[in-house]
Design a protein around this ligand. Sequence first.
Ligand code: IPM
Ligand code: MG
Length: 403
Amino acid sequence: MSFPKARVLTQPGEFAAVSSQSGAAYYDFLKRGCAMKKAIVFLAGDGIGPEVTRAAVTVLREAAHEFHHQFEFAEFPIGGAAIDAAGTPLPNATLDACRKADAVFLGAVGGPKWDSLPVGKRPESGLLALRQGLGLYVNVRPVKLLEPLRGISPLKADRLGDLDLEIVRELAGGMYFGERGNVVENGVERAFDTESYSTSEIERIATFAFARAESRSRRICSVDKANVLASSQLWRRTVTAMSAAYPGIRLEHMYVDNAAMQLTLRPSQFDVLLTTNMFGDILSDAAAALAGSIGVIPSASFGSSTPLFEPIHGSAPSLAGTDTANPIGSILSVTMMLRDAFGLSLEADWVEQSLLRVLSGGYRTPDLAEPGARTVTGSAFTEMLREEMQRTLEHAERYGWGV
Ligand code: IPM
Ligand code: MG
């Protein structure tokens, strides 16, 4: 039998084919042969951030242990916690550590304690500065129905269809980074924020979206407000011009107000949604509701330096400390890290399959509870997932993966 020298299996199907033919010894060899060394920085942040970060740590620790990876973990402060500890929402030591890491996981930032601080000094500005400091201009937010949760979607089953879309949100420009300020004119105060995009900023995010669409069902809907905004007109013109280089991809354009309505009416019409920083922020929360809870949606950000993985939910101060936060967004952000940053798709599939089994058993955190559900705390849910991961692995070792 000839063994691969390095990691060669990138598809779960390939793994099933090899492992079921070759038995447990070969399976074990593969796991060892593919071992990786990675440095991961955790930024737990505020509110429920530390609780959901613990779930991420648990899953990564299991993956490292079972597949013989060496994952080195380090934790640094961000957001309100960093303001309290170091007087700034993004201490230099945090940014430096993130730059040197292979991947960063972030929980959530913000909370009422820091609400009176001015824009630029708040916990949220730490996150924006981190994204900027890491050169992250791509944010992917997959909104996919977890089948056992179909019943709690606010959409009726026929409208919900096979909800499986990805929002590709521009992350480094637009209104969140534009010029802003306050002025007093004739004794009247005025505040302003500006939306601006350059051709190259639009091209680099659209390039990512086109590539993403090529690996999915080859459809992009670019969302803008080109009937009103100059920046949107450039956006639309640029994306249209680029589409000539992608003849196999169907591009359509939609105004953001219509896109918000279409998402609610018939979300299955969308595959990849390409949009600006602000529209992506808003539409992703709306789309998340369709999947049952914002607590289940992960995200991945990419750019010129270390990739960042974070659930899209906020710090939910009212839930903090109650162990009711849903860890699924966090867990799925870890599977994106495994698959998209480290190329460890087998490990990611393993976590996802196990997660679906826990949900199929009826276990739910309170945000997902429906009549008859077995409501559990966030930490109990994570522990159930850990146990299920063990069972899935034992099964795979005996019978092959995905059987
Ligand atoms: C998100 C959040 C952040 C954003 C905030 C906390 C700055 O809403 O990731 O969606 O607007 O990007
Ligand atoms: Mg948001």
